[in-house]
Design a protein around this ligand. Structure first.
Ligand SMILES: [Cu+2]
Length: 139
């Protein structure tokens, strides 16, 4: 009997750990920005607690990018920080709950650049809760 309960405990632990690992893996949702006739690459991003959707934005280097940030939260303020001045990326923009704002910039280097929310709640930073994403600049 003791053996059985120990086995059950192991199975339970294994299932639980698998679930934790699965939950921790963030699904990548790549999105290629659309190049408009006016030469601007546009993309819409849904800002929620605690995510950016899409969380992987693909753009082309040396062409202006316009990101529309749509907050879908009612109370929680968020932020968009993209800080790589050497690549033409230098944004620190707060996003009021429920509002929609546009940010524009022109990436001057190729590479993968992380952006995130710099807000902190009672239980830690939004970044630690996974509120980050990637801007991929291609040649
Ligand atoms: Cu946030």
């Amino acid at each position: 009997m003791k053996y059985v309960s120990k086995s059950l405990f192991c199975v339970f632990t294994y299932c639980f750990m698998s679930f934790v690992t699965f939950a921790a893996q963030e699904e990548s949702k790549p999105f290629e920005a659309k190049l408009s006739e006016d030469g601007i690459q546009r993309v819409e991003v849904i800002v929620d607690s605690y995510s950016f959707d899409p969380n992987q934005i693909i753009v082309v280097v040396n062409k202006p990018v316009e990101i529309t940030l749509k907050s879908v939260t009612k109370i929680v303020p968020h932020n968009f920080t993209l800080n790589y001045p050497e690549a033409g990326l230098n944004i620190d923009q707060d996003i009021v709950p429920g509002e929609e704002i546009k940010i524009t910039f022109t990436p001057t280097k190729t590479g993968s650049f992380e952006f995130y929310c710099n807000k902190k709640g009672l239980f830690g930073s939004h970044l630690k809760k996974g509120m980050k994403a990637v801007l991929e600049v291609r040649g």
